[in-house]
Design a protein around this ligand. Structure first.
Ligand SMILES: Nc1ncnc2c1ncn2[C@@H]1O[C@H](COP(=O)(O)OP(=O)(O)O)[C@@H](O)[C@H]1O
Ligand SMILES: [Mg+2]
Length: 401
């Protein structure tokens, strides 16, 4: 083993020691594997003992494979899980290679390395690396096998339970979305080809530094901004090039928005701010019920000026909720609030996600908030840099920053 491999091995053990949760361990290790082998893309797949399907749960790089699954023997992943043997394929050998099931996209002309994550007794999953310029080497394969063996032992040792993702249709599908702005004479790409699937009932957090394109992405999904190219499909309906009528209906009936600035009408009471939206939507819930859900039914008659920032934000959540939308889009909902008020607001978001089973896509630059998500999508410079599944999301009230 050369020095680099010893270093990676050491870093993996370090990362495992620091990880208290399976998803952290997997995600941290995958980062190290991808960086250590110069792989732009990587995925860790875990075998669900009950269904005998292997499910992608942690992704590095741009593709959204999370939620994809492979049966025994199905595609490259299914083969490696069944045989327990690594596969190292050179670009020239790869022709329409299915990574998972028959419906998964086939890849051609890519270098690929797929290594089982196994203990001497058990196969628990596999790691797939791809997209590297040069072919993977036997040395890299050996290094990955050794590290994955350590990872497998650690998973067994800590008794990490793996609760698989249900297999279901996404409610929102975003494909290759590009957004360009003119900057004087120059074209500036703010979104450079984004792919995401959002599943019903999920709380997805989009995390990224200021200026990386989070709001732009959310506004495109919410029909408030138009993309330059790409595809957005919501519940099977193509919203890539909507007419004004479709857009109005979509914004009115499908999506609820929560913004950093609460945008309440100053001359309407808390109740009226909500009722005003309830009146124009087809399948609204009772406005008082929406107020109860955010714990502010007693403030119904207060004017916004008589409410605190956190209360105003909870009113704006009630306003988003009252339409019974399929999906709630929240853009930095706590950015203007202090810590304690933020937690109260996040607690309400958690409640509507769990109890109302509303699908929520929330954007933030605060990594701590990502810990309450079912899945975390990291956006960097207009591209997805990773997607991870939180098998054990934290409660909002347990977040600390
Ligand atoms: N209407 C616009 N015209 C030109 N540039 C824009 C416009 N909207 C956003 N941008 C630029 O796109 C980049 C991403 O913005 P945004 O999506 O708001 O980032 P984030 O929400 O992650 O902070 C920023 O550099 C911003 O200046
Ligand atoms: Mg923003």
């Amino acid at each position: 083993m050369d020095t680099l491999h010893v270093q990676i091995l050491w870093q993996i053990m370090e990362a495992l020691r620091e990880s208290n949760q399976l998803e952290d361990a997997l995600s941290n290790c995958l980062d190290l594997f991808c960086k250590g082998t110069n792989s732009p893309k990587g995925t860790i797949w875990m075998l669900d003992d009950q269904s005998k399907r292997t499910i992608a749960i942690t992704v590095y790089g741009t593709s959204d494979a999370t939620g994809e699954s492979a049966g025994m023997g199905e595609g490259l992943v299914g083969r490696v899980i069944e045989s327990g043997e690594s596969e190292l394929l050179n670009a020239s050998e790869v022709q329409n290679l299915k990574l998972a099931g028959a419906d998964s996209p086939g890849i051609t002309g890519k270098n690929v390395l797929c290594v089982p994550i196994k203990t001497p007794k058990n196969i628990v999953g596999c790691m797939l690396l791809t997209g590297k310029e040069e072919p993977y080497t036997e040395d890299e394969k050996t290094m990955c096998e050794q590290c994955c063996a350590i990872l497998a032992l650690d998973i067994e040792d800590k008794g990490f339970a793996f609760r698989p993702f249900e297999e279901r249709e996404p409610i929102v599908t975003v494909r290759n979305v590009v957004k360009e702005f003119m900057n004087g004479e120059e074209v500036r790409q703010v979104l450079k080809g984004v792919d995401i699937d959002v599943y019903p009932g999920e709380l997805v957090v989009v995390l990224g530094e200021s200026g990386c394109g989070k709001s732009t992405l959310l506004n495109i999904i919410g029909g408030m901004d138009r993309m330059t190219s790409g595809e957005v499909v919501v519940e099977g309906k193509d919203m890539s090039n909507p007419t004004e009528d479709e857009l109005t209906k979509y914004r009115r009936d499908y999506v609820g928005f929560i913004f950093q600035a609460y945008n309440l009408m100053p001359n309407l009471s808390a109740y009226e701010n909500i009722e005003f939206i309830a009146e124009i939507s087809d399948k609204a819930m009772d406005s008082m019920e929406a107020l109860k859900l955010v714990g502010l039914d007693e403030k119904a008659d207060n004017m916004p000026t008589a409410l605190s920032g956190g209360q105003m934000q909870r009113i704006s959540i009630a306003r988003a909720l009252v339409k019974n939308p399929k999906i709630i889009l929240a853009d930095e909902p706590t950015a203007a609030l202090d810590y304690e008020t933020s937690i109260k607001v996040l607690d309400v978001i958690e409640k509507i996600s769990k109890e109302n089973d509303t699908t929520i896509l929330m954007v933030t630059h605060n990594p701590e908030i990502a810990k309450m998500a079912n899945r975390v999508v990291k956006l960097r410079d207009g591209k997805i840099s990773s997607i991870r599944v939180n098998l054990h999301p934290l409660k909002a009230t347990d977040l600390v920053w």
